[in-house]
Design a protein around this ligand. Structure first.
Ligand code: BGP
Length: 457
């Protein structure tokens, strides 16, 4: 039997834009997702856009009541910036009431709310001013964070500033998966830097507010795996780690931007504009904990062709198709559970054993309704096996001394995806989009309850 530490957090993660719906009503202003959906409706299956998603705005009471039934003692979601402050400064009182009741309902059901401030959902009014490209966004975000701490700080004791900041940077400014879908490495670095400073200033607001509780950031980071030990492949791995892992972990946990990253950016004419006081702000406002989202490893090799100045990350490292990889046949992503042990060791050895938790881990399955039994329940044994394998490696990391305090699956109720709407499902509960968003527990939800009750398996 594998036992996890006392008071371990068992739960799930989601975000406001992927679950709430009502994206253009109830006082909420638009985000880049409303615009992106209007421009690219064909990308989203079932015709489902941000206006619908899983209708949590109306169904949160039922949803929260169902959480303990699958063993959840904690739940992470986000606040929608554009709902709370539709023009960036004016408070939407309906949003305050909605979030207060949502969080209070969680507390009433002994579910700890973990609340994140930004999950890829840039308000449209700010995007029109340049979004994260504009340094002004740092102050706007700090104001939003301060407002959230004031309005909800009595209910929420665990805060996060950003979810996976690398994703809105690379999907928006390198790979064209998110709005504004441009390809510009230098802009991507500037956007990344402003995101970092927005995070730092939000932490400063939290400390200044005198609120009790803790604040952290949710990152999708893990050590890259190189094709070989050749000097070229190791150099590629180092570049991948600097850009994708140490770029956010070092400043948020250790309070410094790595010198080697600055050199790499300088050598490629990619250095961002900075303010003189930034380094001190970064040093003073480190986090209390880290959340790590983990789905699949990053495998890298040296680029086939060398260039003088990198114009894309692939000029520094290329992804490598490991021949021995095990694949999730329903989503195409690699399954490599040992990475959770490697992350655990990285947090222990490189980041002074800071408290951290697995803030997302999960198995996406395309067209999952095909696994529905006669009783209407999805028989997702593959997801149970996926979680078990990951938890085994996580447990080894904890036994080796890593300070991990929880495990959250992505996700609780099937939710809307940025890339495909409702094709890939992840939930412990399924949602029936054709029947009033009806929720039905999956086999994995029942298993998760036992896992949580036994604090292990
Ligand atoms: C993470 C995001 C989530 C969620 C998840 C699944 O990176 O934090 O918001 O979307 O990935 O990815 P997808 O929906 O693309 O299958």
């Amino acid at each position: 039997m594998i036992k996890f530490p006392d008071n371990f957090l068992w739960g799930a993660a989601a975000s406001a834009p992927q679950t709430e719906g009502h994206s253009l009503t109830n006082g909420k202003s638009a985000t880049t997702w409303d615009e992106w959906f209007e421009q690219n409706p064909e990308k989203f299956n079932h015709g489902q856009g941000p206006q619908d998603t899983s209708n949590v705005y109306e169904m949160y009471k039922e949803d929260v009541a169902n959480m303990p039934r699958v063993g959840m003692n904690s739940y992470r979601t986000s606040i929608s910036w554009a709902r709370l402050l539709p023009d960036g400064r004016t408070l939407n009182q309906e949003a305050v009431e909605f979030y207060r009741d949502y969080f209070q309902t969680m507390l009433d059901h002994n579910v700890e709310p973990i609340v994140n401030l930004f999950h890829f959902d840039m308000p449209w009014w700010l995007m029109k001013e340049g979004g994260w490209e504009n340094r002004k966004s740092v102050d706007d975000f700090a104001f939003y964070a301060k407002t959230a701490f004031e309005q909800f700080g009595d209910l929420v004791k665990t805060w996060s500033t950003f979810n996976e900041p690398l994703v809105h940077i690379e999907c928006g400014y390198l790979y064209q998966f998110h709005y504004p879908a441009i390809v510009d490495f230098k802009k991507a670095v500037q956007v990344g830097y402003h995101t970092l400073m927005a995070h730092v200033c939000a932490v400063r607001e939290f400390r200044n507010s005198g609120a009790d509780g803790k604040i952290g950031i949710i990152l999708n980071v893990l050590p890259a795996y190189s094709r070989s030990d050749s000097a070229e492949d190791i150099k590629a791995k180092e570049a991948a780690d600097l850009l994708n892992t140490y770029s956010f972990l070092d400043p948020t946990v250790l309070g410094v931007i790595p010198e080697k990253l600055i050199t790499l950016l300088k050598d490629n004419d990619l250095l961002p504009y900075v303010d003189a006081a930034d380094n001190e702000l970064i040093a003073k406002n480190t986090v209390d904990y880290i959340g790590i989202n983990y789905y699949q490893p990053r495998r890298v090799k040296a680029p086939d062709n060398s260039v003088k100045k990198a114009r894309m990350p692939s000029d520094l490292y290329e992804s490598y198709d490991w021949p021995d990889k095990k694949i999730n046949p329903y989503r195409g992503w690699e399954i490599y559970p040992k990475a959770l042990y490697d992350v655990a060791m990285m947090m222990k050895d490189q980041y002074h054993n800071i408290p951290w938790f697995v803030s997302e881990n999960g198995m996406g399955v395309a067209d999952e309704q095909r696994f529905m039994g006669d009783d209407g329940m999805i028989d997702d044994q593959y997801r149970i096996d996926f979680m078990k394998e990951h938890l085994e490696w996580l447990h080894k990391g904890i036994e080796a001394g890593s300070n991990c305090f929880g495990y959250h699956v992505w996700t609780y109720v099937d939710c809307w995806s940025w890339l495909n709407g409702y094709r890939n499902r992840y939930g412990l509960y399924s949602v029936d989009l054709d029947n009033g968003f009806k929720r039905t527990v999956k086999k994995s939800g029942l298993w998760f309850k036992q896992l949580s009750d036994n604090n292990g398996f």
